[in-house]
Design a protein around this ligand. Structure first.
Ligand SMILES: *Cc1c(COP(=O)(O)O)cnc(C)c1O
Length: 425
């Protein structure tokens, strides 16, 4: 793909003053061999770049935009809030409104603490779990992403439970050693790890709907097994719902699977497009946070009035518009339109509600990252660039999911399905 001359020039300038030219690595479009378009405006389902090219967007800012870009009511709420001051460093009513809404929607949350990103939410939830249990080890799953906190940037290459090996430079082995990595979809491995380390495990952390290395939908029985293991060993089960929260159901994956974790983390949709993260759970657990308890956690811009207004307004609209049913219907439409076009080429649409992913594998549903087709990245690159030439923007990696929003119509999802069909043919 070739972007226009303005994006090209901006990228060259950016590369001089920003590492790789981007503020978050995947935006560099390296996996699809290109230069990213520099976006100057967005509205509804469209983003427009510095060269005036408009794309039909399915990145959705990587998850936050359940209402689409620049929803007028969200923009109005942000504008009004900003005019009253952008930060106070003191409590504001918006925090109470958003926290109350979260507590109403979530089957897990009685109390919630706000932060400014998903990374911070998970980092803080893990600290709380360690503080509450007095234990140090945390279990995560290969292929699950939980933000970029040191001890969570760990992945195991094998399907066996192994002691963590850092997957980023700059993560001390001693930190990574406190993280135990398990394979998804494997009850026996989890049982084995708990037999050996159960007494030192503070928390099991999982994306109940793993959506950061493909969309690796888990069997409910596997999640139930983790619930049982943690309950009997005194570890906390943390659902990282930074993507799935307020996206796949009002109460996220916890509601969808009817499994109640001990703590839950939110980000993306909860901020209505502004930087917001949150973590919450029962009062009995959350009271261990400072100033009530001994687990310290803080933030200069946490509970920011402008961000709170955006999040509260977005959630209010989602509830009013019966969003979750509408997003499910739209996702089903995409699946119905795309499946007959993809199947002859050995490609499968994996979907939960408004979150979708193209699986280039054949045979069994893909539930673990090591089962993703080896040629997925190569096959995706061609597909991605053909769609881009057609003005359709997908996340620039075979391992990233796509998102629908309430701004998308049946016509938009049909156009995506047809685009895939044409590109594969
Ligand atoms: C995006 C994401 C995070 C990190 O959130 P940031 O806001 O990017 O820090 C954590 N967990 C999951 C599941 C995510 O998808």
């Amino acid at each position: 793909m070739t972007v226009g001359p303005r994006s090209q020039a901006l990228f060259e300038q950016a590369c001089r003053v920003i590492p790789g030219g981007v503020s978050s690595p995947v935006r560099a479009f390296r996996a699809v061999g290109g230069t990213p378009p520099f976006i100057t405006s967005a509205s509804g389902v469209h983003v427009t770049d510095a060269d005036g090219r408009t794309y039909l967007d399915f990145i959705g800012s990587w998850g936050p935009l359940a209402l689409g870009h620049a929803h007028p009511e969200v923009v109005a709420a942000i504008t009004e809030a900003a005019a009253r001051g952008t930060t106070y460093g003191l409590p504001c009513p918006g925090e109470v409104e958003l926290a109350s809404t979260i507590a109403e929607l979530s089957p897990v949350v009685e109390q919630v603490r706000f932060v400014s990103s998903g990374t911070e939410a998970v980092m803080s939830a893990v600290r709380l779990a360690r503080g509450v249990t007095g234990r140090d080890k945390v279990v995560k799953f290969a292929g699950c992403y939980h933000g970029h906190a040191d001890h969570l940037l760990v992945q195991a290459g094998s399907g066996l439970a192994t002691l963590g090996v850092p997957s980023s430079a700059g993560v001390p082995a001693a930190f990574a050693g406190e993280t135990l990595v398990l394979p998804l979809d494997d009850e026996d491995a989890a049982t084995g790890l708990f037999d050996e380390h159960g007494a030192s495990i503070a928390a099991v952390l999982i994306e109940p709907i793993p959506a950061n290395h493909g969309l690796l939908l888990q069997r409910p029985a596997f999640l139930e097994h983790l619930r049982a293991l943690t309950r009997s060993s005194g570890a906390l089960l943390i659902f990282d719902e930074v993507i799935s929260g307020f996206r796949v159901a009002p109460g996220g994956a916890a509601e969808r699977y009817a499994i109640t974790p001990d703590l839950v983390t939110y980000g993306k949709v909860v901020g209505g497009g502004m930087p917001v993260g949150a973590f919450g759970g029962p009062r009995a657990t959350m009271r261990h946070l400072a100033p009530e308890g001994a687990v310290y956690q803080a933030g200069t811009l946490s509970g920011n009035p402008v961000a709170m207004a955006a999040g509260a307004t977005a959630l209010r609209i989602l509830r009013r518009e019966n969003a979750w049913e509408r997003l499910e219907a739209l996702g089903a439409r995409l699946e119905a339109a795309a499946t007959p076009l993809l199947a002859p080429h050995g490609v499968r649409l994996v979907r939960v509600g408004s979150v979708f992913w193209l699986d280039f594998g054949t045979g069994e549903p893909t539930r673990r990252p090591d089962r993703i087709a080896a040629d997925a990245a190569d096959r995706f690159r061609g597909l991605f660039n053909r769609l881009l030439d057609d003005g359709i923007l997908l996340a620039p990696s075979a391992y990233e999911v796509g998102f629908l929003s309430l701004a998308h119509t049946e016509e938009h999802v049909d156009r995506l399905a047809a685009g895939w069909g044409k590109a594969l043919a």
